[in-house]
Design a protein. Sequence first.
Lengths: 176, 157
Amino acid sequence: MTRLLKWLIPIAAIPVLALLAYGFRTNPREIPSPLVGRPATSFTLPTVAGEPVSLEAQRGKVVIVNFWASWCYPACYEEAPVLERNWRAYRDRDVVVIGVDIQDSMDAAQKFVKDFELTFPNGRDLTGKVSVEYGVYGVPETFFVDRRGRIRAKHVGALTDERFRSEVERLLGEPS
Amino acid sequence: MKRRGAVVLALVLTITFVASVAAQQPATPVDDERVHAVATQLRCVVCQNLSVADSPSEMASQMRAIVRERLAAGDSPEQVIQYFVDRYGEWILLSPRRQGFTLLVWVFPFVAVLVGLVAVGLLVRHWTRRAALAPAARPVVDPAMSERIKREIETGG
C-alpha cells in the first residue's frame, strides 16, 4: 500500500505537467475562429468619408477586412502604415482593403484616417453588428477573404507586411 | 380659422411623432428579463470573466441590443445563443456545454471526489488493520524479570 502511494504522487503530477507543457507552447494570439472557411457575411457601412462601403460589391476580389479603432494604441497605429502600403502595392491586382472602425467617435476616426493618409475605404460599425458577425474580440483583427467570398484566415494583433503578403499571394494564386 | 389650422397641425405632428416612435420599437416587444436571461449566459468578449448582462462596456451593450433584436425577430433563446456560438465558438458560453469534450469539466470534479473518498477509505482501513495487528507483536519479557516484578508488587516493593 505504501509502495503504491509512493508511485501515486508522481503519477498524479504527469497530467498536470502535460497540461502546463501544452499551455505554455500554445500561442495566445491564435484564437481559433469558427468562421475560417465559411462565407464572409456581407455588410454595407457608412465610411468615415461619408460614402457607403459594401463587401458584396468586392466579390471576385481578394478582400482584407481590418477592424480597428483610434483608441487602439499602439497596435492599430503600428499596422495602419502596413495596410496602406500594401493596399497601394496590390490595388491593381484585384485586392481591396476595407477598414471597419469600431466603438469610436467620428472626429477621432477622421483624424486617424487623415494622420495615416489612409486611402482605402473605412466603414464605421456604429451598432457593433458587423463586429459580432465576424466574431471580433478586440482590435486590431484582420480577416482575409478569398475571391469566392470565403473567410480564409484571421489575424489577431498588429498586421505585418509578411503576413499581409503571404496571405494575399496565397489567395491570388488560387483560381477564382 | 387660424385656430383650426393650429389644431390640425398639432394633430399631424402628434401622429407623425407616435408613428416614428412606434417604428423604432421592435416588432414584438421583448421584456428585459428575457434579454437578461440570455445575456447572463454569454461572455463579454472585451472583459475578464464578466457576462454580457453584467458588463458596462460598449461592446456588451451592443451585444445586448443584438440579443433583444433577435428575440424580437422571433428567435428562441437557444437560437440566439447558437448565433453567438457560431461566430465566437463555445468560448462565448460562460458555462461549458454538458456534452462532448466539455462534459469532462462537469463530470471530472465528481469523479475526483469519488476517487479521493475511495483513497481515504482504503488508507483508513489500512491504518486500522495495522493498529489491530499491533498487540500481537508484544515484546517478549524475560520470565525471570516477570517473576521479580510480580514478587515485588506482592511484597509492596
